[in-house]
Design a binder for this molecule. Structure first.
Ligand SMILES: Cc1cc2nc3c(=O)[nH]c(=O)nc-3n(C[C@H](O)[C@H](O)[C@H](O)COP(=O)(O)OP(=O)(O)OC[C@H]3O[C@@H](n4cnc5c(N)ncnc54)[C@H](O)[C@@H]3O)c2cc1C
Length: 414
């Protein structure tokens, strides 16, 4: 009789209790799927989930070269907001934000959505003008935001120094229903729901080739063998160029490492998210008490998923004038993820030059907040061939010069 150690039994019991067991296994690939999604990050999993839930397409596999949520989805600073300037952006980000409000109930999995409020500090005259303009646009778009005074900023965040010598706080764009969520839980919640619908999530399964015939996709080659499919969704963030190359087309996307860090845990001192785009840094406090701090992207293209000392120094130096308390904090960990940047800093959700291959990428430094809206829209695009939410984000905009200029509201900020 096979014998199990106490630890092994306890580990398995815990996994099943938490509902991970089914999502965690690596099933044998089937011969042919209606749809394959490459990439088990938030966007790939959400796409699969809404393919099943909204369009009844459940013969679906999600292929992941690493582990569930191990890409940017598990590495970001979890800021959720929808205060974008352009109508197309506001529509998809607000769809996502509103889905976050009920995600824990929809998935029956606690994603710890915390609508604690997000403020984007205005520290130059240019930012004041830009944020007032965005607040006006948001009121027409039905997105609830307001431009608030420095005094209101101070009352919401008492630890802020609003009278800094270089960049005093001149006001802020405030979205009271923005916030944060637990990033891995978003991936796990979607994964469990996909698994419950009978979909296969195959980890440690790297896609190494894409088979085509007469301009139509036939299937993929993977490290676990060959698999056929009717439709293919490429949702691989920083590896978009690599996968597009396998399918025989090029993408207007660059891969760059983006870094973040956390401090030692301290008592609760800040219950909103603050972004300071002029000096470039942003901060929130996690439930464990760590100050979660996001920095900038590397100034050169690369595929590293690591942090570097000079970014820690740069980011802390940038924030210290506005948040003097961090001068006395020890920093605990830092890390990086590979983000996918387009020229206009807006995403791509699109058909491609190959029939039945669809692509979702270009979320750059700010796609965590978009996961449910992006999945919803991408599933509609894959199932029906069109979606009102994706129209302006198609690849054609690079041919037609119809860029979506989000420089004031988004830029490389989150
Ligand atoms: C440090 C940092 C901070 C950030 N902060 C925020 C924030 O505060 N708010 C916000 O909204 N966004 C933020 N972002 C951006 C956000 O994390 C990303 O936009 C989002 O997670 C992208 O999700 P995804 O599912 O597209 O990609 P990923 O989560 O990266 O998933 C793609 C998956 O594809 C897999 N893959 C790649 N190649 C292959 C292959 N050949 N075969 C199979 N699988 C493959 C990868 O292993 C990966 O798991 C941040 C990012 C970073 C790095």
């Amino acid at each position: 009789m096979k014998r199990y150690s106490v630890f092994a039994v306890a580990r398995e019991a815990l996994r099943y209790h938490q509902g991970w067991g089914r999502a965690w296994k690596s099933p044998e690939p089937k011969k042919k799927y209606d749809a394959i999604i490459i990439g088990a990050g938030g966007h790939g999993l959400a796409t699969a989930y809404y393919l099943g839930k909204n369009h009844g397409l459940k013969n679906v596999a999600i292929l992941e070269k690493g582990w569930l949520g191990g890409g940017n989805t598990g590495r970001n600073t979890t800021i959720i907001r929808s205060n974008y300037l352009q109508d197309a952006s506001a529509a998809i980000y607000e769809k996502a934000r509103s889905l976050y409000e009920t995600m824990s109930q929809d998935l029956n999995y606690n994603v710890m959505f915390s609508p604690r409020g997000v403020m984007m500090l205005a520290q130059t005259q240019h930012e004041i003008r830009g944020y007032k303009r965005t607040a006006q646009a948001n009121s027409l778009q039905g997105v609830s935001t307001e431009f608030i005074s420095p005094e209101k900023v101070k009352s919401l965040v008492p630890i802020i120094n609003i009278d800094g010598p270089r960049y005093p706080v001149l006001g802020a764009l405030w979205q009271s229903r923005g916030g944060t969520a637990r990033h891995d839980a978003v991936a796990w919640g979607y994964a469990r729901a996909c698994s419950d619908m009978g979909m296969d999530i195959i980890q440690q399964c790297e896609v190494t080739g894409i088979r085509r015939e007469n301009g139509q996709v036939q299937g993929v080659e993977t490290s676990k063998g060959s698999i056929d499919c009717q439709k293919l969704g490429i949702v691989v963030a920083g590896h978009t160029g690599v996968l597009a190359d396998m399918a025989g087309f090029r993408m207007p996307v660059e891969a760059v490492a983006l870094q973040a860090l956390v401090s030692e845990p301290i008592k609760p001192c800040m219950d909103v998210v603050v972004m300071a785009n002029t000096v470039h840094g942003y901060m929130s406090q996690s439930d464990k008490g760590e100050m979660v701090i996001g920095g900038g992207a590397d100034g050169f293209n690369n595929y590293t998923q690591r942090g570097s000392f000079h970014h820690v120094e740069e980011t802390v130096r940038a924030l210290i004038e506005t948040f003097p308390i961090i001068s006395r904090l020890k920093m605990l960990r830092w890390w990086g993820g590979i983000v996918d940047m387009t020229g206009d800093r807006s995403p791509i959700l699109s058909k491609t030059p190959v029939g039945n291959i669809f692509i979702n990428c270009g979320w750059g430094t700010g796609g965590f907040k978009a996961i449910p809206g992006s999945g919803w829209a991408m599933a509609e695009l894959m199932a029906k061939g069109h979606s009102s939410l994706t129209e302006e984000f198609s690849l054609n905009r690079f041919k037609e010069g119809k860029f979506i200029d989000e420089s004031v509201a988004a830029g490389v900020a989150h």
